[in-house]
Design a protein around this ligand. Structure first.
Ligand code: NAP
Length: 417
């Protein structure tokens, strides 16, 4: 019989606590759970952890240090626990207790009955904001003429909309009942239709948009754009837009201004010191971000729009390979690679660890350790500019020096100046 409790937090280190106002109380030696991930995960994690430790050491000269705490999920959890356990309860509890965690990519088991581990983590920990910074790193191959003009922070709602979607197959008794109910309510749905319901609430939309506005205010960003398909879905996507403006008015009236007000009362010019709140229809934002990327800085979007938009933006600056991500809630946050496990390269020390490294930079910023975060970003920027890159970039860059996954980590550390 497998042991059910295998985790032991590090002895040296203290937990991060969430204060009553939901800000974080971060000790100098915070215990941070990590999941190294499957496939190429261990290679990527080794390289990334060395970078995180070097950045923290360099920024704080030994005054601060992360007490890493390995917790298990995915294939490694199966091995460690000796049974098919993809996301052990104690892993979830450890993340809940220690508030901030980071993970590599995990295999999604194929077959009936398994929900993605990533999706499960987001739901059980109520990580309602999927946060994706998208910016260009000089030298990365990109299909755009001026990829550096795109620099956005995407806040994508992470637990409602299609992630909380309810579906019934065409012809099922449930679908037939919903069709009959709609008929009673005066709405006609063709027989033999599949049915999907996407719930979106004021509470869920507002807490996401609040994070976006606070981020813009704290980081001196020019605007927050609400992305929606409200012209078609009035009471979900359209309501998202409405709730966003309502929140801006109710909670941030003295620090933000709507696009409407700017045109009506300020001759089209945003008053100094105010963050502009605007909205764009989901299909139009894709053109806008291609044609006028520098007019956007923070984007808040419901779940499905954000899914498409995050990857499209990442493609503009050179692909998902180095796109970082964070899933943030009020009481916990999990930072993660946005690519998968790339299993064919497992154990070859080959792939690009950039996505986990930048997710770590995002995590350090979340902890308020912005100096260490900036060092990681700077180290990566300079390593790429020096054309010291892994195979995926090297094959598209002229004159590149191809290094291994660990070699890229060392290059980033050398370039932290
Ligand atoms: P994938 O692992 O992202 O790999 C697809 C291709 O993307 C790789 O073959 C490689 O391209 C490139 N790639 C991915 N990561 C890279 C990296 N770090 N450096 C350089 N190139 C990289 O997608 P997949 O093959 O569809 O999925 C494999 C497994 O990962 C599945 O079990 C899936 O469920 C899981 N997954 C997990 C997450 C997550 O945990 N967040 C996300 C997505 C998928 P080349 O072959 O061209 O070199």
């Amino acid at each position: 019989m497998a042991a059910k409790f295998v985790l032991e937090p590090p002895k040296k280190g203290d937990p991060i606590e969430v204060r009553q106002d939901l800000t974080l109380d971060v000790p100098d030696r915070p215990i941070v759970p990590f999941i190294e991930g499957d496939g190429t995960g261990p290679d990527i994690w080794r390289a990334s952890q060395a970078v995180f430790d070097a950045a923290v050491r360099k920024a704080y000269g030994g005054k601060r240090e992360i007490a890493w705490y390995e917790v298990f999920a995915g294939e490694k959890a199966n091995k460690v626990y000796g049974e098919a356990l993809w996301l052990p309860d104690e892993t979830v509890e450890a993340i809940r207790r220690y508030v901030v965690a980071i993970k590599g990519p995990l295999t999604t088991p194929i077959g009936g009955g398994f929900r993605s581990i990533n999706v499960t983590l987001r739901q059980v920990l109520d990580l309602y904001a999927c946060v994706r910074p998208v910016r260009y790193f000089q030298g990365v191959p990109s299909p755009m003429k001026r990829p550096e003009l795109l620099d956005v922070m995407i806040f994508r709602e992470n637990v409602e909309d299609v992630y909380a979607g309810i579906e019934w197959a065409a012809g099922s008794p449930e679908a037939n009942r919903v069709i009959a109910l709609c008929k009673e309510l005066g709405k006609t749905i063709r027989a033999e239709s599949g049915i999907g319901i996407k719930p979106m609430s004021a509470f869920g939309s507002k807490r996401l948009i609040r994070r976006g506005i606070l981020y813009a205010l704290e980081h001196g960003k020019a605007s927050v754009t609400l992305v929606h398909k409200g012209n078609i879905m009035k009471y979900t996507e359209g309501a998202f837009r409405g709730w966003g403006y309502e929140l801006a008015r109710d909670e941030f009236a003295d620090r933000v201004i709507s696009e409407d007000d700017v045109y009506k009362h300020h001759g089209g010019k945003v008053p100094a010191g105010k963050v502009l709140i605007k909205d764009r229809i989901a299909d139009s934002i894709f053109q806008q971000l291609l044609l006028r990327p520098d007019e956007y800085s923070v984007l808040c979007t419901p779940n499905l729009n954000g899914d498409y938009l995050s990857d499209a933006c990442a493609a503009q600056v050179g692909g998902l390979g180095i796109a970082p991500g964070g899933n943030i809630g009020d009481r916990a946050a999990v930072f993660e690679a946005t690519h998968g496990t790339a299993p064919k390269y497992a154990g070859l020390d080959k792939v690009n660890p950039g996505s986990v490294m930048l997710s770590g930079a995002l995590m350090l910023e979340h902890l308020g350790w912005s100096e260490a975060s900036a060092l990681i970003t700077r180290g990566m920027e300079r390593a790429i500019q020096a054309k010291t890159v892994t195979y995926d970039f090297a094959r598209q860059m002229e004159g590149a020096r191809e290094v291994k996954c660990s070699g890229f980590g060392s290059a980033v550390i050398e370039q932290m100046v």
